[in-house]
Design a protein around this ligand. Structure first.
Ligand code: BDR
Ligand code: CA
Length: 310
């Protein structure tokens, strides 16, 4: 089993990324680390604990609290997109977060699983940058870092040029890219996400008809995001965070992936947080890869199977 940490701003799609980490037999989820992002920090923590409950794993995986704001910027909420991130659902339990802060947990787990740990970052990169700053050996200890963020073609969602996770903390993203990780894999906000991981009305209807606790949770937690994304022309709720977990577990899912030198715009006014993927033959050596095609049916079937199960 692959030792994993998921670093998350838990709301809507993040819940189902966590669900994969918590239920897939190939995953050994060692910790959930929380970072400022989508919705209020305390609400995100509630959402992570609720997800543990929905899959029957209450108290089994520690939840560590990390950065409550970006390194240098004001926090930018996405509550207009996600609401509270779970459609008003509340957990029954009262488990508490671990005492150890998220960046420390990342550093410790990377040491304990040196050369084997996969870190999946599905929120802004603040905690990962703090772990890099706390331990110069952190990047070398991590086998693989999967990042949901950015856009190969600099077409964003929170602004025209920037994807939300990178926009919120561009300085952190640049620190992470400079850190020398052996493998950084991007799941970007591009046709890859927009085309392949959308749950449109027909898919939501078939999920609803599964009638399981997980499927009810899915439909309710994603309702507000679904309505927002339909209104802005995307066509349904988007699950690029779930895809980011699954690419780490299921190599056959990835059909095309190529290396790029990637940098983040930290100065621009119109382009703050835009990712620049150098596509040229004369580009500097690659510091990351971008996943450019996936087996879409396989992804959807996986999600349906997971949601049918419990
Ligand atoms: C990213 O931001 C959030 O809305 C999603 O959870 C995803 O991580 C997409 O821009
Ligand atoms: Ca997210």
């Amino acid at each position: 089993r692959i030792p994993l940490v998921i670093d998350t701003d838990t709301a809507a799609d993040d819940c189902f990324a966590l669900m994969i980490g918590l239920t897939d037999p190939r995953a050994d989820l060692r910790a959930i680390t929380m970072v400022a992002g989508n919705v209020g920090f305390e609400q995100q923590v509630e959402n992570a604990f609720l997800t543990l409950e929905v899959v029957g794993r209450r108290g089994e995986v520690p939840v560590h609290l990390g950065a409550r704001q970006p390194l240098e910027r004001e926090w930018a909420s996405a509550s207009d997109v996600h609401g509270d991130g779970v459609g008003g659902q509340q957990r029954e339990g009262s488990e508490q977060a671990a005492d150890e802060p998220a960046p420390d947990a990342l550093v410790r787990l990377a040491r304990e699983h040196a050369g084997a740990l996969t870190v999946i970052a599905i929120g802004p990169l603040t905690n990962i940058a703090l772990a890099v700053q706390h331990d110069p050996g952190f990047a070398a200890n991590v086998a693989e870092l999967v990042i949901m963020g950015g856009s190969i073609n600099a077409r964003g969602n929170i602004t025209a040029a920037a994807e939300y996770n990178i926009y919120v903390d561009p300085e952190a993203a640049q620190i992470v890219l400079d850190a020398g990780f052996a493998s950084v894999r991007f799941v970007t906000w591009d046709p890859l996400s927009l085309r392949d991981v959308v749950f449109d009305q027909a898919r939501i209807d078939s999920i609803r008809s599964l009638g399981t606790r997980r499927s009810d949770f899915f439909v309710t937690a994603n309702q507000q995001t679904f309505e927002f994304d339909v209104a802005v022309g995307v066509g349904g709720s988007i699950h690029c965070d779930s895809l980011s977990v699954l690419v780490a577990l299921e190599p056959a899912l990835v059909l095309e992936e190529r290396g790029y030198f990637v940098a983040v715009e930290t100065q621009g006014e119109l382009t703050r947080g835009a990712t620049v993927f150098d596509w040229r033959a004369v580009a500097p050596p690659a510091n990351a890869t971008a996943i450019e095609a996936i087996d879409r049916e396989r992804f959807v079937e996986y999600m349906m199977r997971m949601l049918a199960e419990g």
